[in-house]
Design a protein around this ligand. Structure first.
Ligand code: NAD
Length: 477
C-alpha cells in the first residue's frame, strides 16, 4: 500500500525532521512519521517566501497559469496513488478520495485561468485625468488547512494564492498530511519558483503564532473549527491582517411537503454519509414538513442501514471510519444526550468493533431542540430529523444557530424557493440537491461560520488588493 515518506518543503527543498506518527483510523496502525518544523525552518520558509513572491508576482499571468495547469496534470496522472494515501490516513472510501483529488485538479485549472482575468477598471474622469484601479497580489499568504479534505482544502488555498500571484506558506493537517504533500510536490515539479510555495507541519499553535504576526505575511486563510478560527482571526486582527475564515457549519435541510419523501430521504442519507459526515457543509438538521415527516424519517432510517461501512480500500465500502477518536467520542456523547432527551434512534448509534474509528450512519428523529446535537456541530455521520408545521417555522429554526455556512431545501414550489433564497442565513444554498459548491462558485459562510470566500471570482479577489492610480496628464509640472 502506498503511503509517502513525508517531508517539509522549504524554499523548494525537501527536509526530514523528527515529529509524530500518522495513524490509520481504520485500525490505529502507524502509517508513517510526520516531520515537525523547527523555528529555524519557519524563519527560512518566510525568507524563501519573500524571494518566491518577488519572482512569482513578476511572472506573466499566462505563464503562471501554464505552471499551475502542469501541476494539475501531474496530480491527475497520480490520482490513484494519492487517493489510496488519503484513504489510509483519513478513512474515506477510495472512490471518494479519487473524486477529491480530481476536484482539486479542477480547482487548480479554474483558478489558473481566472488568474489571467484579474481585471482592473478605468474610472471615468475629467479630460486629462485617468483613474485606474489595479488589482495586485496581496502578498505572502499563511494558509492553514484541516484534516477532513487532505488535498482539496489545501488546494483551495494554494491555487487561490498562486493564481493571484501570491506566495503561500501552507501548514497542512498533521493528521492527514499526505494529500498536501502530494499537492506541493506536483507544484514544485511543475516549476513554481523556489519559495513561492512552502509546506510546514508541526505544532499548529506554534506555527500560527509565529507566522501570523510576522510583517511579511499579508493574509491569513484558515479552514477549521469556529473556536480556532476566532483565535486566529483575533491574532490576525491584532496585526491588521485580513483573513479568510472557513469555519464550521450545522447545515439545515428544509424538506417541504410537496416533495417525494422517499426520494429526498434517499438523497439525504447518501449525502450525509459522504466523508462520514465530516464535512463543514454536511446536511445535518432535517426540518421536515409534518405532511411527509413520518414517511421521510422511516425511509431515511432504512436507507442509512444499507450504507456499507468498512475499509475504504474495499470497493464495496460506502463509508469509511471516522478520521480520529475525537469524532467517535463526539458521536457517542451527542447521541447519548439526544436519546436521553427523547430522540428516537432509527439507525446506527454505536461504534463498530473495538479498534479504529468505524461508526455507522446514525439517524435520530423527534430530536428535541434542546438536544446538544441540535446546537453543536456533530462533524460526523449523524442526521437529526425534526418535525415542522410550515416553511416559516423551518426557516426560523434553521436560522436559530450562530452558524451560517451551507443550507439545503427540497421543494418544487417557486414561492418557497423565493422565500428560502431571501430568508435563509447561509453563504451557500442548494435546492433539490446537496452539492454546496463547485470551483466556479464562491464558497463561504456568514455569522460564526466565517468570512471571505474560496472559489469563484470572489475567492480570487480575496488574494488581491486594489490600488488606485490617479494620473493627471499635464505639461504644467
Ligand atoms: P480543533 O478545533 O482542535 O482543530 C480544528 C483545526 O484547526 C485542525 O485542523 C487543527 O490542526 C487546527 N488548529 C488547531 N489549533 C490551531 C492553531 N492554534 N493554529 C492553527 N491551526 C490550529 O478540532 P478538531 O478536533 O481537529 O476538529 C473538529 C472540529 O473542527 C469540528 O467539530 C469542526 O467544527 C471543525 N472542522 C471544520 C472544518 C471545516 O471544513 N470548516 C474542517 C475540519 C474541522
Amino acid at each position: 500500500m502506498a503511503y509517502p515518506r513525508l517531508q517539509l518543503c522549504i524554499g523548494g527543498e525537501w527536509r526530514s525532521r523528527p515529529g509524530q506518527p500518522v495513524l490509520n483510523p481504520l485500525d490505529d496502525s502507524v502509517l508513517g512519521e510526520l516531520p515537525h518544523a523547527t523555528r529555524a525552518d519557519m524563519e527560512e520558509a518566510l525568507s524563501a517566501a519573500e524571494a518566491g513572491h518577488r519572482a512569482w508576482r513578476r511572472t506573466a499571468p499566462a505563464k503562471r497559469a501554464e505552471i499551475m495547469q502542469r501541476a494539475a496534470r501531474l496530480l491527475r496522472e497520480r490520482a490513484d496513488t494519492i487517493a489510496e494515501a488519503i484513504t489510509l490516513e483519513q478513512g474515506k472510501p477510495k472512490g471518494q478520495a479519487k473524486i477529491e483529488v480530481l476536484r482539486a485538479c479542477d480547482i487548480i485549472d479554474w483558478d489558473a485561468e481566472e488568474g489571467r482575468r484579474a481585471y482592473g477598471r478605468v474610472i471615468p474622469a475629467e479630460p486629462g485625468m485617468r483613474h485606474i484601479v489595479i488589482r495586485e497580489p496581496i502578498g505572502i499568504v499563511a494558509g492553514f488547512a484541516p484534516w477532513n479534505f487532505p488535498i482539496s482544502s489545501p488546494t483551495r488555498k494554494v491555487a487561490g494564492a498562486l493564481a493571484a500571484g501570491c506566495a503561500i506558506i501552507l501548514k497542512a493537517s498533521e493528521e492527514t498530511p499526505a494529500g498536501a504533500w502530494y499537492l506541493v510536490q506536483a507544484f514544485i515539479e511543475a516549476g513554481v519558483p523556489k519559495g513561492a510555495l512552502s509546506l510546514l507541519f508541526g505544532v499548529p499553535g506554534e506555527i500560527s503564532e509565529y507566522l501570523i504576526p510576522r510583517p511579511e505575511v499579508r493574509l491569513v486563510t484558515f479552514t477549521g473549527s469556529v473556536p480556532v478560527g476566532k483565535r486566529l482571526a483575533a491574532l490576525a486582527g491584532a496585526h491588521m491582517k485580513p483573513a479568510i475564515m472557513e469555519l464550521g457549519g450545522h447545515a439545515p435541510v428544509i424538506v417541504c411537503g410537496d416533495v417525494d419523501p422517499v426520494a429526498s430521504a434517499g438523497i439525504s442519507a447518501v449525502g450525509k454519509s459522504r466523508n462520514a459526515g465530516q464535512v463543514c457543509v454536511s446536511p445535518t438538521r432535517f426540518f421536515v414538513d409534518d405532511a411527509i415527516h413520518d414517511r421521510f424519517a422511516t425511509a431515511f432510517g432504512e436507507k442509512a442501514k444499507t450504507i456499507a461501512i468498512g475499509n475504504g480500500l474495499d470497493p464495496a465500502t460506502q463509508m469509511g471510519p471516522l478520521a480520529n477518536h475525537r469524532r467517535v467520542e463526539a458521536m457517542e456523547r451527542l447521541i447519548a444526550d439526544a436519546v436521553s432527551r427523547g430522540a428516537k434512534l432509527l439507525a446506527g448509534g454505536e461504534r463498530q468493533g473495538n479498534r479504529g474509528c468505524l461508526f455507522p450512519l446514525t439517524v435520530l428523529s423527534d430530536v428535541p431542540e434542546d438536544a446538544l446535537a441540535m446546537h453543536e456541530e456533530p462533524f460526523g455521520p449523524l442526521a437529526l430529523i425534526h418535525r415542522t408545521r410550515d416553511l416559516g417555522e423551518a426557516i426560523g429554526k434553521a436560522n436559530a444557530l450562530p452558524f451560517g455556512l451551507a443550507g439545503y431545501a427540497f421543494t418544487h414550489s417557486a414561492p418557497n424557493v423565493e422565500r428560502l433564497s431571501d430568508e435563509l442565513e447561509v453563504g451557500n444554498l442548494s435546492i433539490n440537491h446537496l452539492v454546496a459548491s463547485i470551483p466556479e462558485t464562491p464558497f463561504g459562510g456568514v455569522k460564526d461560520s466565517g468570512y471571505g470566500r474560496e472559489g469563484g471570482s470572489e475567492g480570487l479577489a480575496c488574494y488581491t488588493v486594489t490600488k488606485n492610480v490617479s494620473h493627471l496628464v499635464t505639461a504644467a509640472v
